[in-house]
Design a protein around this ligand. Sequence first.
Ligand code: ANZ
Length: 931
Amino acid sequence: MSNYDFIAIEQKWQAFWKENRTFAAHQDSDKLKYYVLDMFPYPSGKGLHVGHPLGYIATDIVARYKRLQGYNVLHPMGFDAFGLPAEQYAIDTGQHPAVTTDQNVAMFTRQLERIGLAHEPDSHSMRTCDPEYYRWTQWIFLRIFHSWYNKDTDKAEPIASLVSHFEAHGTDKLNAHHDYAGSFTAEEWKGFSEEEQHKILLDFRLAYNAYTEVNWCPALGTVLANDEVVNGVSERGGHPVVRKPMRQWAFRMKAYADRLLDGLNQVDWPGPITEQQRNWIGRSEGANFYFEVEGSDATIEVFSTRPDTIFGASFMVLAPEHPLVAELVSADKRDEVMEYVEWAKNRTEVERQQEKKITGKFTGAYAKHPFKEGMQIPIWTADYVLWGYGTGAIMAVPCGDERDHAFAGHFGIPIPNIFHDIDTTEEAYTGKTGTLANSEFLDGLAVADAIPAAIQALEAKGIGTGTINYRLRDPNFSRQRYWGEPFPIVYRNGVPYPLDESELPLRLPEVASYQPGGDGEGPLANVTDWVNLPDGARRETNTMPGYAGSSWYFLRYFDLQNNDAFVDGDREKYWMNVDLYLGGSEHAVGHLLYSRFWTKVLFDLDLISHDEPFQKLVNQGMIQGRSSLVYRLRDTNTFVSKGLVKQYEAEGKLLDPIHVPVQYVDGNDVLDTDQFKAWREEYKNAELVLEDGKYVCGFQVEKMSKRYHNVVNPEDICNDYGADTLRLYEMFLGPLEDAKPWSMQGIEGASRFLRKVWTTFIDQEGQLAITDGQPNKDELRALHVLIGKVQHDIEALSLNTAVSEFMKFLNEVQKQKSRKRAIFEPFLLTLAPFAPHIAEELWERLGNPGPIANAEWPEYIESHTKVASITYPVQINGKVRAQLEVDADLGKEDIEQAALAHPDIQSWIEGKNIRKVIVVPKRIVNLVVQG
Ligand code: ANZ
């Protein structure tokens, strides 16, 4: 084989790696480990496009590099295989989601292997929808269900320790995260029936069952996710959507708010992601305090971050869902207020917060100011106050809070000023605050001092305490769908009970139809003989959401076959946590937050040894499509080449851009007109107005999508150019973290480079062209500059610059016509992580016995990089007598010494008188000699 036959080479080595399980991580190894992970993909029916492998290639380069460096590397890839698209497809076609999932996984696996990714051999078999996998997802759910959060020990504990506490002290001295409203003694606890005890414990468990509101679409008979609702109607079909309370599972994640915040300081994550998580958790310090209500026993509890502004409160607002609205509303206002409440309740939180329209109603009731005798504060209800945050009620301070200010302005409520030197009553809200005025005991204090002083006053009066509030909600953990993990839960008399672990996995039953059940329940509700148990119990018909299986999958890869535990403790200790995690930034608060939460619970329960799953996180940028456009003269079948568009427009003609498949367009945007005409019947007789004999397309950068005909399949690139070229080229496109458009323009360059590598090693007869012999200093310098840069760039994930180093290196050594083994063998090693197939092939042809994947990374010797040599002609009395090679950075004196010590010179100067030595740096050495 004299030509670079990448197809044959790539097939050969992919088969070799597979057969020899080259990339299997070693269990029970005493080497240092390196765990590198990609966020596992959902195997969609569309397969991979060239954007997906960007991150996979980057992690593959790191994994291969770390192997060469001697690490025991784990680089697995499985599938996040439950999810909506397969279910939607099942609804439309009746095809079982397991069947389509299998097909899609097979396609993904083929595509991934074609790129030569060094994945853990068996890891492609890992799918979250596999009953042998989801039995452990169900098992972990049960562990969470069987736990409570002890604030004294600041961790989750098995529910048994809570039961012991109740048996010893009742609710006395208990410091737990819970929803239980009552209290009882130890005696009372022991007197409760089992069912009563069980019900109480439900209010403490970390996985709990509660009625929460969902988006229910009666016309579609299904519950919709937030992003499936647009402007209050279903995205599909435009049917009305109402908020409906449904029994749902949730996790008491709020218990972990502070630890989830603190943990962010231990990990090496991109700033924007940690920032998003911090905002999502939204810790705010303030106070909870009470207002009494005129003519009623009721009190209104509010949460405020600014209790110091209490003297500026000119109205109160209750969330429309607040139960006190109905209780306090005056008779004459009842109808209009309750009508408003009904309207507002059905608006989603997003609508309520984003819409600028100010709405609200006065209830007719008044609160009493706790520090101002006789002052009455009108109580309103308005939808800008959310039921789910704080206490669902606020004191409104229009001079201190922007939304309160806007509300007061809108409804003509007074805007008292409590700040010195600032006119907060003005039309435009300024948001400035100074020292306090008109605030009795807080007068003259600056905000920082006024807040603690106000809290102290509230506490002294016994009407409030300092509190910390979190924006974080307990996440919903239920979906009314088929294609997810069934809950290991049954209901007796409406009370949820766990299955025994021995009953796991609880498998998804077969269903006749994937349509939802009645009344908002999922399709499982239709499988009556599965749902209804002989003893009268009823199974949970919700399934777990997509994030269930993905919250712990990283723990399974080193223990795929374990049937006794979700993970073996020793292996977990060795492999965790993930050293490098790569994926899209869209998972900032979803998957990444849930995984951290599950990890912390498992850690608390002593089931694993790490409490942060992902040490270093990197978000790869998106590869956008580069669409090609033709321009059709409106209402004709005539298409105008891009360069002529302006001219036509100037004549007042209208042109419509139309996307054409990027496959019909070459690297210079020139359209293959025959392909275009054959594309669709309507273009068969299209008239093309050319420029310089060509039809040039326009382009547009946008999402890679079938709709825009700009999807590029990596398999096609592999067939045309080879996987190694694809790998190099994807890295060469630009910094890993940046979004960038795909273009074919540079791919020739990457391909040419690899051909050049090939012909450097292999001559035209197909013989090895590499020679023996000692490398000179320049060759060594080029090599070690390369090793140092590539090493640095891989560690820094600056993979695009590493690729240009290879090109630079090759140009440089080619100038010297160098083909020495001592230079090119180490070069191959540095290239191997990037272009592994060609590297393996050439490595083998160099006569190496094992694969390059098992070789050692070349040692970087810095001193070689410092020096290039310079050859000085050395003259004696004007005649060149010797050539002196010295390090380029040698000083004048050293050069002089070296010249005098040169054997050829020695013979000339022996016994003579040296009158002068002149060193002209970088040029020449002159000796003036007498005698
Ligand atoms: C009085 C006040 C005066 C407030 C002032 C702010 C500025 P963060 O920082 O997000 O925690 N608030 C409390 N509960 C609310 C709810 N359920 N829906 C809407 N708003 C609510 O914000 C806390 C502040 O948001 C609280 O402090 C309260 O307004 C409002 F100059 O109380 B503040």
